[in-house]
Structure formats: structure tokens, C-alpha cells
Design a binder for this molecule. Sequence first.
Ligand code: ATP
Ligand SMILES: Nc1ccn([C@@H]2O[C@H](COP(=O)(O)O)[C@@H](O)[C@H]2O)c(=O)n1
Length: 666
Amino acid sequence: MFSTAFLDLPPFVAAAGTVRLPGSKSISNRVLLLAALAEGTTTVHDLLDSDDTRVMLDALRALGCGVELTTGSTVRIHGLNGQLHTPQATLFLGNAGTAMRPLTAALSLLGGDFELSGVPRMHERPIGDLVDALTQLGCQIDYLGNPGYPPLRIHPVAPAHLTLDAPIRVRGDVSSQFLTALLLALPLVAVRDITIDVVGELISKPYIEITLNLLARFGIVVQRDGWQRFTIPAGSRYRSPGEIHVEADASSASYFIALGALAASGGALRIEGVGAESIQGDIRFIEAARQMGAHVESGPNWLQVARGAWPLKAIDLDANHIPDAAMTLAVMALHADGPSTLRNIASWRVKETDRIDAMAAELRKLGAMVEDGPDFIRVHPLAAADWRAARIKTYDDHRVAMCFSLAAFNPAGLPVRILDPHCVAKTFPDYFETLFTVIDVPEVPVICIDGPTASGKGTLAVEVAHELGYHYLDSGSLYRVTGLATRRKGLEPEPAYEAEIAALAETLPLQFVKGKVLLDGEDVSDAIRTEAAGMDASRVSALPAVRAALLALQKRFRRLPGLVADGRDMGTVIFPEARLKVFLTASAAQRAERRHKQLISKGISTTLDSLRADLEARDARDSSRSVAPLKPAQDARRLDNSQLSIAQSVEQVLNWWQETQPFKSS
Ligand SMILES: Nc1ncnc2c1ncn2[C@@H]1O[C@H](COP(=O)(O)OP(=O)(O)OP(=O)(O)O)[C@@H](O)[C@H]1O
Ligand SMILES: Nc1ccn([C@@H]2O[C@H](COP(=O)(O)O)[C@@H](O)[C@H]2O)c(=O)n1
């Protein structure tokens, strides 16, 4: 997961391969609540691990429900059998509508004292229609902030005081989650038939189908009369199915379906975990994608997508049945043969953010012409010359972030910057990592930082990599480990043993794990950091065959979203095409002093004079060797950090990097 302030996506040219998607958020949170209310233990497999499921699990624990995390995505829930062990709790539900709405209904009926709150955006998401419906029943709920919105206080009500004989009326035209909440909760008190009447045209019907389907898995068979009336039969009781598997998220599939439809070549994109027989309404995104020209094949548990028509065909769609996935169509529409209109999407305005406003604003940043209204958005195609490199604001909305990652696929070959990429944690924490496994880019960005010993290259490179979310290559550690392996083999780091040492380097059993360097499984991080090890590294690094042996390994570090590499020849030999090369220096006196402090802090005793002599000798050898000598690349930017703090050096390099990017004016 990327927790950086932004993530830059280089332009995509192709996509191919296989992705396995995380579990559906809608199914995960419904299943968790049903399992908690049911009698018996439910083992939930393939549960989504995300912000929204975590708040639901925390809430269930706070309510006294037994939650056992077994393997990574399997959870065992010990059901409460409709009886609360803890009839008092304060629950923080983040921005999870799939937790806030059903828990409000269930806790109002279970009897107890509860306070439910969330992040500020949750307090702007309406819940009044659900509270009104529950109040008709006799539940007692107070608004602790603005009327009609969380936070809420729920007071205990005895079941005998609930009015269950008249139909409960609930609005269906703002959010289908209100009806879902009632359907999930009312079996708790079904001593007689309970009828729910939907007022207004029910939106997002497929989500209600998921609810009914899952209720049936837990023993509750709801009678449905069209989409206006639902009856929970008297005597309904939740019974655990024992084991239940969560399908992969069909809305998340939409980004990869779109990618397959957009990618020019590279073969098909296969999506595993969800298929044509999914119970999720958003699977119907496939129909819309096909309408736009995507070539989609499907099986029970997989999808395979390739580009069909190109440009894509413009679409005019009532997207009420696929509200979440339809956002992806808005980005695909940039590549269509005319304006595309998505209608009947008023619910976008009350989601994680006002999604109509958000999509329109960010599409305009890319250069697109967009029209929008209370319940529609119309997106005009974008010609290659009109695309702009944009910084995409994500509004703490996972779907905005994921949709706009697709803007990195554009005919102008422009990158896209996604601000606050961490918001994908709501439903797909590893979204970007998954994306990077299937896309092809013309150039993975690299920043090279070369310079003499103890100039601060490693410190600077690690910080810059951290800020950008890039990978990091400490190339010196490869020579250091080679030097150590040489000694352990009883060899001298001398030209006489060049072939043997190169053979060692070629097959180093080396791993980098959580900042540690492992040689054949042994943590050698400290052993390679002594000055003697540095000197051995310098000796082996002067051997041409050793340098050649380590070449391919270093190049393999260049992976998306980018790399910061430090060493002596990063800019001159390993990545000569890098857009930013920094040659970092500091006076010998400063460097010796820094290294002295560094070693003393690690409990290694040494003297300033000997250190300075050692580092000067090492620099002299590194600069004078015949292959890949230490020297600035012709196009390197020089940075003398003798008088700079680490933070100032980092800022300078990030500013230089910024200058190489086309985001300035957006
Ligand atoms: N700008 C700076 N100001 C003060 N101290 C710094 C600065 N940059 C780095 N240092 C400190 O100098 C020491 C050496 O830095 P670092 O290990 O990053 O150097 P290096 O160039 O990677 O060394 P080597 O080439 O030997 O691996 C560290 O203790 C680090 O905290
Ligand atoms: N790209 C590189 C990196 C390092 N070396 C040699 O390894 C020695 C140790 O490197 P540190 O950065 O960890 O101090 C260094 O003195 C160089 O001789 C190299 O040749 N090329």
C-alpha cells in the first residue's frame, strides 16, 4: 500500500497477465454482520482486508462477538444468536456506509445504548430515511450532530414496544443501503411477518439482490413483491451456513476490465475471483464495457478482456444498476468516438464524496470537456493533443483514485499523479501493486545518486524513495556482500581471484528483507557496514568481471512505480538514461565526521583520523579504477551537502525531480 502524498504513474502502453482481486466489500461486511447475528460459528473465507471491513470487525468485537483471525483472509465469527453480550458501546465506523447503516438498524432492534460515529465525511452522508423507518417501529435514535446525519445515539427499546404490525415505509431512491439495513436487521424481531414498503423508485437494485442472496445463505428467505414490497416471514432465524466464501469484488474488476479494453496489445488480461455468475450487480459492468467495444470472455470464476473496438464506442447508459463501477466508464469515455452520457446516477452525490462533482472536476483537469447535472454526467472524448498531465485529487474516495489510474493510459504518453493514493485502502489496499504486475510502460523512472563514501547517498536515496513510493537500490551493499562472501570463502579480494569472486557475485544467495541484508538467510547487515568491509568492497568492485556479474541484478531493481539507486556508477553505467542523476559530495572532513558519528552510535570504536585516511584511500581507488570509476555523469546535477541538513538535501532532489515532470501547470 502506498502511504505517500502522491503516486506518479508513468504512461501505460500495454497490459497483459493475470490478477486476483480482493474480496467484495459489499459481500464482506454483510456476511460479517449476518455471521455475528447468527447462531453458530461461521468461517468466512476470502474476506476483504480493508479499512471498511476492519471497522466492522472492530465494531463486532466491541459488541462482544468472538472474532478469530485464522489465516490472512479467513476469519471465524462466533455468532451472538441475536443476543448482545455487551449492550453498550461507542463505535467508530470510519467512512464505511456498509457498517454504519446495517449496524444502526441492528443495534436499534437489539436493545442497548450505543453511540455510532465516523469520519467527517460520514457525518455528511444522509441516514435520516433509515432513522425515520426505524422510528416508525418504535426505535429511539437521536442525532448527535446535524439532524438526518451521523453521529447517532441509540437508546434501548424493549421488543414488546416495537410496532411490527404495520408495513415499515422506507425511501428507496436515495440509497439502497437503507433497505439493506432493514432487511439484514428485521429478522432479529420477526415474531410475526414484517413487511417493508419501499417509497419511491428503488435505486441500485442489484445490491438488494446481494442482500437477499446472503440472507438466504443464513436461513432467511425474504418474500419479494416486485421492488416495492418485501416480507420477512414470522419465525425467521439466522442460521450460520458454517463456511462461506466471499466473491472477489466486481466493482474492483471494472478497472482491470477497462484496462484490457484500453490496452493496445500485449495479450489478454485475465481477472480471477469473479465471473459471469457473480451475485454482485456490478458484474453487469461487463455489458457496458462490451457496449463500448471491449472484448470480454467469462467463466464462473474468471474474466478475460482484450481490446475490441477502437476508438471505443460512445455510450448512453442508465447506470443506476452499476453506480460504483459506472465511474470507470467515465474515464473510458475519454477514448470514445463521441460524447458518452451516464444517467440516473444521483446516488453518486451521497457516496464517499460527491462523485459527480469529483469526476467532472478531475476529468476536466485531464483536458476533457464534461457536462454534469443533478443525476448525470456527459464526458466528451479527448484528442491526443488536448490531454494534460494532471494531479488528480482523490477526495478520500478509493474509486476516484482507482478510476483515474486508468488515465495513465493516454495517446499523449503523459504520466498521471494520484494524490493521496492511500485512500484505496477502503476496498483494495494493494490496488496499485496489483496494477503494476500487469501494465507495461515505456520507461520505469529512475533517480541516480552517486558520490564518494559517506557523502550521505544512502540516507538521501532512502528518503527520496520513501517520499515518492519508489524502490531503493543500495548498490554498494552488493559489493560489500561480495567482499564478505570472498573472505568467507578464504579468498583475498585481489585480481588473482577475479574469476572465483565473479562466480560468487553471480550466484549470491542474497535477500533484502525489511531493511536487512541476508546472505544465505543470515543477517549480515552489520557485518558489511564496517570500514574493513567497505575497503574489501572497494577492492572487489575494481574487478571488471565482478562488475559484469552484478549488472543484471542491479537492473532488476528497476520496477514500477520507480527506483532510486545509489552508488558510484548508477548514472554513468547502470542507468545512463535516467532522467535525474545527482552527484553528491561533501568535504572529506565533514564526511569523516559523519561516518565517525555513525560508527560510534553503533558502538563501533574508531578514530576520526583513521576514518578520514580510509575514506580518502577508498575514494582514490574508486575514482582511479579502469572500469566504472567514481565520477559524475556528464548530465549529473551536483549537490555539495557539506552545509545542508538531510531534509534540505532531500528537498533539493525532490525539487529537481519535480522539474523533470510535466505536472507544473495542472
Ligand atoms: N546532509 C547531511 N548532513 C548531515 N549528516 C548527514 C547528511 N547526509 C547524511 N548524513 C549522515 O552521514 C552518515 C553517512 O551517510 P550515508 O551512510 O547515507 O552515506 P553514504 O554516502 O551512503 O555512505 P557509503 O557510500 O559509505 O555507503 C549517516 O550517519 C547520515 O545520517
Ligand atoms: N555502484 C557502486 C557502489 C559501490 N561500489 C563500491 O563498493 C564500495 C562500498 O560502497 P558503499 O556505497 O556501500 O560505501 C564502494 O567504496 C565502491 O568501491 C561501486 O564500485 N559501485
